[in-house]
Ligand binder design. Structure first.
Ligand code: ATP
Ligand code: MG
Length: 329
């Protein structure tokens, strides 16, 4: 069970189908790093309850998310995939870690503040405020060294580091101080503006499972450079989210796109059509793999059962070390 490899822990909430932001901000790194690190991938179903108490769709959403991950190239024989709710040690470690951080520190957390504003939450629950403490338990339970996430999650990983330091100083060293690992596109914009993050709750996404005509339809709605009103007006790629998509998904043509946008030779309609076509192509193998797993739900359930068994072993080892360090018998 013990290996020389450093450990990665990263997860997502099962709150809906995955979009391009998940792929370029996190998933691509999970896949790229799965040979060099020991990767654990968690379905944060308890975390989903922080913004929606209805738990009836969580299981189905979790299975759907596993399909997205597998289709993106996660190899479950290397990287166990498991639900947070099925490994009881998460709740135990969460309780212990919750003593090691002040309520004031959690109230300053920018990520919860953003959610409260965006989702119009009137009264934040104790559990929602503790979101990053549960996340710290998720990471530290697997003694994660590295956490590949999008930029919005960096403040949470910082809280995990603080909690790890505090535990080690109080009880003796059990945990590494986990570090975030970002991709080049750690904050992919949504279709509604370069300053907005693509986000499930933002309604501004291209889903990994969208068929090509849906990608074309959505891309037509994308906000572009506000100064490029007519087709032949000179454009400013640096303020255009469609250009960001070209940089990521159409890298070979980027300099021609930039030149023709600036000169006015390329209109926005054509520019969008090209990138939508390209994204449709890039996602074709993903859609195919997804269809395969959709048709084999038994395989997906097996991936979870196996991942949960392996995750439990690591979680138990850590809790033994925690109880030992705390002299809890
Ligand atoms: P929600 O609106 O429910 O918060 P979300 O779309 O922001 O959903 P999360 O489940 O919060 O998605 O994020 C899962 C992972 O994907 C995190 O590591 C997050 O940083 C990353 N991620 C999400 N959106 C983007 C994005 N637009 N660009 C880069 N990374 C992203
Ligand atoms: Mg989010």
């Amino acid at each position: 069970m013990t290996s020389d490899k450093k450990t990665i822990l990263s997860g997502m909430r099962p709150t809906g189908k995955l979009h391009l932001g998940h792929l370029v901000g996190a998933l691509e790194n999970w896949v790229a790093l799965q040979d060099t690190y020991a990767n654990y991938h968690l379905i944060a179903d308890y975390h989903a309850l922080t913004t929606n108490l209805d738990s009836s769709g969580l299981y189905q959403n979790s299975l759907d998310m596993v399909i997205d991950w597998l289709a993106a190239g996660i190899d479950p024989s290397k990287s166990p995939i498991f639900r947070q709710s099925q490994i009881k040690e998460h709740t135990e470690l969460h309780l212990i870690l919750s003593m090691l951080i002040t309520a004031a520190r959690l109230e300053r957390n920018p990520a919860v503040k953003d959610q409260v504003r965006e989702l119009h939450i009137q009264n934040v629950s104790y559990g929602h405020l503790g979101y990053p403490v549960l996340q710290a338990a998720d990471i530290l339970l697997y003694r994660g060294d590295l956490v590949p996430v999008g930029e919005d999650q960096v403040p949470h990983v910082e809280i995990s580091r603080e909690i790890a330091r505090r535990f080690n100083a109080q009880y003796g060293k059990v945990f590494p101080e986990p570090e975030p690992k970002l991709t080049k596109f750690a904050r992919l914009p949504g279709l509604d503006g370069i300053d907005r993050k693509m986000s499930k709750s933002g309604g501004n996404t291209i889903l990994l499972s969208d068929p090509p005509d849906e990608i074309q339809r959505k891309m037509r709605t994308a906000i572009t450079d506000p100064q490029k009103v007519r087709k032949n007006d000179p454009g400013h790629p640096e303020v255009c989210l469609v250009y960001t998509f070209h940089q990521k998904f159409n890298a070979d043509d980027t300099s021609a796109i930039e030149r023709d946008c600036r000169s006015g030779a390329l209109g926005c309609v054509e520019c969008k059509k090209r990138i939508a076509g390209k994204i449709g192509e890039v996602l074709a193998p993903f859609r195919e793999a997804r269809a395969h797993y959709d048709a084999h739900p038994g395989d997906v359930k097996e991936v979870l059962a196996d991942g949960e068994k392996r995750a439990r072993v690591r979680a138990r080892e850590t809790m033994e070390a925690v109880r030992g360090a705390m002299k809890l018998g």
